[in-house]
Write a protein that binds this ligand. Structure first.
Ligand SMILES: [Zn+2]
Length: 468
């Protein structure tokens, strides 16, 4: 019954909303060196202060948590809903063409500038949703708190600090990802491993392997150096492996050394099946060579069995599993290096909600040990799940449908959002799959219609959840 009033208010305050987004975008809030009282540097502290001033001037009770987080409370009643957004931004390149990253402009119904979509625009949408309700004199029976952090892009230590002081609300959402609602985030099982062994003089022998740069990326490049191997044997093995794996191999002879380079296709660890790992293909090739027996070569062959090429789902490690709502476990061997006396590497596995310490961490550790590899200690980051049929998720979906006309259903993703660590948090907005807003890239923008619609959706949600 408040909907028409709220919508009219938001339409009437669109220019002011845009101005406030641009005000925050003008502050370069990339994380820099820590300074006294400014744990993430000058920019993040400055943007938090600017947001605090806005919230204060709109009548909300504000608090600054040591320049890591600022909050604005709607009222002093029992807390029902937290909205979490962040005001730090990722680094910029010099390749922006529409405008400079921190000089926002409006073109064709879009605001361009670093942070417009991630996450200053959505943060201001949440603030204006609260402001609309307040200015219209609509009373809420419960509190809604806007929590604005400044370290989302570099590890979310802002929230660790905040939740060391404050309790989690019964419901939380972050407009820092996609519509409709992300209610399932897979767990994260990413571990380093290593082994040490005796050098062995016998030839042919593998003296070096190097593959991958980042653990969360499917390696597109890998390389091995072998001593005492016939060039023809290397060429034959490369041809066979290329047929089997579709990874491109190049063999070169450098005096006594044979160098094999592998070129695959990169991909994100949460969707490894879109890539083609140069590293696992190279391990498969090497494991099939007629190398002299050695402890090191045994480890390479064991590793090729733990991480078989084209096994994106952890079968080799014995941890393959899936469930209906969150899908399959994924596995990526992201980085690896080998020398005649040691090896080390790290894998990145995304775990569906059926995964536990028992059936993932312990099984992986045991199977690595049997292969002569030592996996680093410690639990995995457990999966995150807020039931899709809960009142909270259903309310979000209903408001989304009302304003977009699109039937919404909950989503499961492999990556982690700002609320991964919360028991009752979901991601809600503001991206839609049809629009690529260049988040983290050049010429990032926020679509103004989407900004306004999101503000209305958030206001609708707040009223439904915080008014009896
Ligand atoms: Zn973000």
């Amino acid at each position: 019954m408040y909907r028409e009033q709220i919508d009219a208010y938001i339409d009437a305050h669109k220019e002011q909303l845009i101005d406030d987004v641009m005000k925050l975008v003008r502050i370069d809030s990339q994380r820099t060196q820590e300074e006294p009282g400014k744990p993430y540097g000058e920019g993040p502290a400055e943007v938090l202060e600017a947001a605090k001033e806005l919230m204060d001037s709109y009548g909300f009770a504000v608090r600054n948590y040591e320049n890591r987080v600022v909050t604005g409370d709607f009222n002093e009643k029992e807390k029902q809903l937290d909205i979490l957004a962040h005001l730090d931004v990722v680094p910029v390149t010099k390749d922006w063409t529409v405008t400079e990253p921190f000089k926002p402009v409006i073109r064709d119904g879009k605001i361009y500038g670093r942070g417009t979509a991630d996450d200053k625009g959505p943060a201001m949408a949440a603030l204006y949703a609260m402001k609309a309700i307040k200015d219209l004199g609509i009373e809420l029976d419960y509190n809604v708190r806007l929590i604005l952090g400044s370290d989302e892009e570099c590890g979310s230590s802002d929230l660790v600090y905040y939740y060391g002081i404050e309790k989690e609300a019964p419901m939380s959402f972050t407009p820092d990802a996609d519509y409709p609602v992300i209610n399932i985030e897979k767990g994260h099982f990413s571990k380093k491993f290593h082994a040490a062994f005796e050098d062995c003089e016998a030839l042919p022998k593998i003296v070096k392997i190097q593959g991958g740069d980042k653990v969360n990326v499917v390696p597109a490049n890998a390389k091995a150096v072998i001593l005492g191997l016939e060039e023809q044997a290397a060429l034959d093995a490369a041809k066979k492996a290329e047929n089997e794996t579709k990874v491109k191999f190049t063999v070169t002879k450098n005096q006594e050394e044979i160098v094999i380079t592998a070129k695959g296709v990169a991909g994100h660890a949460s969707t490894p099946e879109v890539g083609n790992s140069a590293l696992t293909a190279l391990l498969q090739l090497l494991a099939g060579l007629e190398a002299a027996p050695s402890q090191g070569f045994d480890r390479i062959r064991a590793l090729a069995e733990l991480f078989p090429h084209n096994d994106y789902y952890g079968k080799g490690m014995g941890v393959d599993m899936e469930d209906e709502i969150s899908g399959k476990l994924t596995m990526n061997l992201g980085v690896f290096q080998y020398s005649p006396t040691s090896l080390s590497g790290q894998f990145d596995s995304r775990v569906p909600i059926c995964g536990t310490e028992e059936n993932v961490t312990r099984v992986g550790k045991k199977n690595m040990e049997e292969a002569g590899l030592t996996m680093e200690e410690g639990p995995m980051t457990p999966p995150h799940h807020v039931p899709g049929d809960s009142v909270f998720v259903q309310t979000l979906l209903e408001s989304y449908e009302t304003y977009t006309g699109i039937k919404g259903k909950p989503l499961a993703i492999g990556g982690g959002t700002y609320v991964h660590g919360l028991e009752r948090g979901v991601a809600f907005g503001c991206m839609v799959p049809e629009v690529d807003n260049h988040m983290h890239g050049d010429n990032e923008f926020m679509d103004i219609d989407m900004l306004v619609t999101s503000t209305k959706i958030f206001a609708d949600v707040i009223v439904k959840l915080c008014k009896k």
